[in-house]
Design a protein around this ligand. Sequence first.
Ligand SMILES: *Cc1c(COP(=O)(O)O)cnc(C)c1O
Length: 394
Amino acid sequence: MDNSKKAGFATRAVHAGHHPDPQTGAHVMPIYATSTFSYGSAERGARLFAGEEKGYFYSRLANPTVRAFEQKLANLEGTDEAVAFASGMGAASAIALTFLKSGDEVAFIGPLYGGTEGLLHEVMSQFGVTTRSAGKLAELRGVVGEKTKLVWLETPTNPTLQVVDLQAACEIAHGVGALVVVDNTFSTPYLTRPAEFGVDLVMHSATKYLSGHGDVIAGVVAGSAEQMGVLRLHGLRHGGAALGPFEAHLLIRGMKTLALRMDAHCRNARAVAEALREHPAVRAVHYPGFADHQGHEVAAGQMLDFGGLVSVDLGTQEAAFRFLNALKLFTQAVSLGDVESLSCHPASTTHQLLGAEVLERQGVTAGLVRLSVGIEDEQDLIADVQQALQAAQG
Ligand SMILES: *Cc1c(COP(=O)(O)O)cnc(C)c1O
């Protein structure tokens, strides 16, 4: 847990979780493309299944390449252990299946990622789990109680980039005996390590910044050895959404440059946010790095930098669409965290199902555009945004 005694973050991002293969000297972690592993003897098979001996025996439970990814992520998050899943939602559903049962309540500070809200409201409700939502930290105490088993948080939130004070939220949740899960996809362990603030379960859509290259769908959860043991048994072994070794290889490769990429994302996002704010066609810019942003102080205390996402409100859907259609470097697509810049209109795409009233309340206005700022040259991104703003004015 104590990262101060270890090597620096960039060093661990490169080295943690793997070392040259003792048999061949292979410098990079090999891709163990195998579903099953020979026991060698019937006696050893029995010991492996009884848990009396540690070892690989079936890749749904553990695979050496996937294990290297898990250990790298656990090291970077500063937790004992991590368990990989086939997607971010695979990780989220494994958490829900493992740590919630009929009669329990789950509380969150919304809006959460749409898939997570769907999982809690539409799926877990079928199993007698009640979901209670708070709009901000101040409302959290009012929606937790003795039945609350999980408090689900995201920071910064999608797409309005609200910042949640993790330490304060943990105090409230732990006060009623609930576990805290933080979806750390937007921050990555380079910017925020939720476990340092008392968070129990840290999950990621590894599809985003951890991969960084837009070429894999994956998820992961980090936490204590005890909780990850239960999650591996119930969520992974019985839940079944296992990550494959090829995807794990891509994740290991992507994560080696996490520190470098995040620095570039953060630098470019600030430059883009500043360029947007100066323009008369812009109604509002959501970026936690601005001193007048609602969560700036909390963000400054729990993030190393302010992340690679910027949301801009252009007033109307027509202006937002003109802006999006004029952008050349920002590909119009969902997802985020790729080296390529991406853009989307949440109200008509990712958040469409929420309905107009909820969207307006959560600040997901018709004019809002979310930008995932990539690692291209700053001046090219700014020039692209500026010409698109001209087009937005119609
Ligand atoms: C993308 C995303 C997810 C879902 O992850 P998948 O890998 O697409 O299943 C969950 N949470 C956040 C914050 C995300 O951005």
